[in-house]
Design a binder for this molecule. Structure first.
Ligand SMILES: Nc1ncnc2c1ncn2[C@@H]1O[C@H](COP(=O)(O)OP(=O)(O)O)[C@@H](O)[C@H]1O
Ligand SMILES: CC(=O)N[C@@H](CCC(=O)OP(=O)(O)O)C(=O)O
Length: 319
């Protein structure tokens, strides 16, 4: 037997209740909306954390969000290439992918990472379905640059199969190996694929879970975490070469998503337990959020009384 008094809660029941109640408008803002979550390989390495992320995603689904997961697996691909003594090389945040490496990319992304994520979700019930870019012609790509080998540029996203799965209450889990216009397969950076999918499926939000707290104005200066920025500012940072490595495709993906009509793009730390819930269900959030204009951002930033929020929901119904 355990006495409640010995559990020493950090908050009083009233404070806890207040906090839960404050999430209500944010929960309402997600219900019925499509949310594309890019789950990066860098945030996937710890199995316990991965379970927590899957739990948070299930919670989003239970409250009525239409969730699409697009996953990476860069770290696992590096490991597999090392195992076969194949080189690991990136240019502008994209992997140089020889035909040999492409075979490994397929094995790792489609055969391993995708199945593991689907299995982790399906422990809780038959909710997830693995989708590779070529399934249902979901992602069609052509060669991006001969120097990068089998790296693809997305030319078309066909959302029919994803929509069918969402309508039937499944969570599609997408591995970003695309069908090539030349009949082969292409390796698509998972951030870029997520940006294109979010735009094509008219997502309300695109959320990028990675291994840093968000976008830093200066990565070396940990006090420079950016809380929010506009589309123009994001493009400005890219043009000025202010970001490097994996952050380049991530920001490019945010730009693609926002230009394609996605309401918000978020970059958050997937290695911090429940960052997804804090980002989505609190006024302050934890990571970096990108939005089309400052006006549209400020509109969202004060806690909305439930009644007032309901009228906003009507205004944004199409999303
Ligand atoms: N300005 C920046 N702010 C944040 N991260 C940055 C920045 N510039 C480069 N990075 C790097 O981008 C990495 C995230 O991209 P990546 O390694 O591709 O992760 P993922 O596997 O989640 O896509 C960070 O770990 C960090 O090293
Ligand atoms: C072309 C290209 O770079 N493809 C990526 C695909 C996986 C990925 O994007 O994984 P993360 O999200 O974990 O970085 C790669 O081969 O690593």
């Amino acid at each position: 037997m355990k006495y409640a008094r010995d559990l020493a809660p950090a908050l009083t029941n009233e404070q806890l209740g207040e906090q839960l109640y404050e999430t209500l408008p944010w929960v309402k803002s997600i219900t019925g909306k499509t949310v594309v979550i890019k789950y990066g390989g860098a945030a996937m390495v710890d199995a316990d954390l991965r379970e927590k992320v899957m739990g948070d995603i299930l919670l989003l689904k239970i409250i009525g969000a239409r969730v699409v997961i697009v996953h990476g697996g860069g770290a696992a691909i590096n490991e597999a290439l090392g195992h076969y003594d194949l080189p690991v090389e990136f240019k502008g945040g994209q992997r140089v992918t020889t035909p040999e490496a492409m075979e490994i990319v397929r094995e790792v992304l489609v055969g391993k990472v995708n199945q593991e994520l689907v299995a982790a979700l399906n422990k809780h019930g038959a909710v997830a379905v693995g989708v590779s870019g070529s399934d249902g012609g979901t992602i069609l790509a052509e060669q991006l640059d001969p120097e990068l080998g089998r790296v693809g540029k997305v030319c078309q996203v066909n959302t029919d199969y994803l929509e069918t799965l969402l309508e039937n209450d499944y969570i599609p889990v997408v591995a970003t190996v695309a069908q090539g216009t030349d009949g082969g397969f292409f390796n698509i950076n998972a951030d870029l694929a997520a940006g294109h999918i979010a735009a094509a499926i008219h997502a309300h939000k695109a959320i990028f879970l990675t291994d840093v707290d968000g976008l830093y104005a200066d990565f070396a200066d940990k006090t420079s975490l950016i809380s929010n920025l506009t589309l123009d500012e994001t493009e400005g940072l890219l043009r000025a070469g202010e970001v490097s490595k994996g952050m380049i495709p991530k920001l490019e993906a945010c730009v693609t998503a926002l230009k394609g009509g996605v309401y918000r793009a978020h970059i958050i730390n997937g290695t911090t337990p429940h960052s997804l819930l804090v980002e989505l269900f609190t006024s302050t959030g934890v990571g970096t959020v990108m939005h089309s204009t400052l006006e549209s951002y400020e509109f969202d930033q004060h806690p909305h009384p439930v009644g007032a929020f309901a009228s906003r929901l009507v205004e944004t119904e199409e999303w």
